[in-house]
Design a protein around this ligand. Sequence first.
Ligand SMILES: O=C(O)CCC(=O)C(=O)O
Ligand SMILES: [Fe+2]
Length: 407
Amino acid sequence: MGVQQDHHDILETLQIDPEFLVQQEHRPTLKYNDYKTAVGQHHVVPVIDLSPLTSKKKKKKEKKSSSGLESSSALTQQEHDAHSSIHNLVEQVGKACEEWGFFQVINHGVSLSLLEELETNAQSFFALPLQEKAKVRRTFENSLGYYDREHTKNVRDWKEVFDFATSGMLQLPADVGSEGKQVISHTNQWPENPSTLREVCENWSKAVEGLAFELLGLISQSLGLPATYFHKFWEPDDSNFIRMNYYPKCPMPNLTLGVTRHKDAGCLTVLVQDEVGGLQVRCKNGEWIGIRPQRDAFVVNVGDLFQVWSNDRYKSVEHRVVVNDNKPRFSFPLFFNPSPRTNVAPLPELLLCGDQVPLYRPYNWGEFMKTKKGSNFKNMGVENLQIYHFAINRDEKRGQVGTPPIL
Ligand SMILES: O=C(O)CCC(=O)C(=O)O
Ligand SMILES: [Fe+2]
């Protein structure tokens, strides 16, 4: 049967809107009748135990409140042990970033009861009638709130989302000619119901943001930089936002995806998923593997910003979400992103030590995010903005880099 005929037959029997139809070569290849198989067979993404970090924080607190009666030599030994376990942690994180771009973390210090509260509230919110959810619907002018028509690579995702910024707002550059405005503020919108949603989300965001800064410190050290090196990019503001993802059951999970294959454009994604599974990562051999849901773990991945900053040492890895016809799924990623004013380019500190040439031209993160958010909003019919659009080609590298184009 020809491709044309095949496509025609599918449309004839389709139980879903064709907007959701993933191109044949990108459809999930496993059988997805049973949601458990949707997770895949392999679960080899590294799991890293963060207890050296969490116990270091605890010890610091104890030290502050202790009367200082311990002998100084005992303290020195303890400090030495702590130092070597942090060193070991940094090595594990660096290896995972270099080899996988993805890892899970356990003993991260974020409390399970916060997660349970978030899950209960998310379930209540997404169970509301559409007209209720639509009261806080995202618009082209305000990218925060509820949305059910998100597109990835111009295919509609089988999901509903609710986005909120951890600081309450995102300040993105205005379009040219926007009544002389330089920036447009996108502000959080909170639904009336569930009435606890706002408080729970704000508590969650404080806890997960704290974890993200710790992870940023570890990644920074793994690149040979001071732990706080990257913090300046989160000043005076940032563009962190959290998404509540709801993937309803899907009658045709072999033809559609919760999120089609993509790379995250930001710096780090720190995500917690429920027990259903469906997040898959593309391995170096091209195979898709599932990330095993683990109740006490966060899934962390480095995004495009780290790929550019590290000049391709840490690659942003493709991933996708498969859905199933058996159980809805929830996930809660924090997209941990710097100030929209940040100009992103390979870091001179990292180029100097490796005697390398930069592989990317500088670009402005706020402009990039604004363009990207526009293309997630609807099918633009063309491929959306990607970092490879800023890659420097070989000829340019030989002759050195010219003036970077403005986005
Ligand atoms: O739901 C998930 O597990 C992943 C979602 C994702 O990759 C994204 O929203 O960028
Ligand atoms: Fe993603």
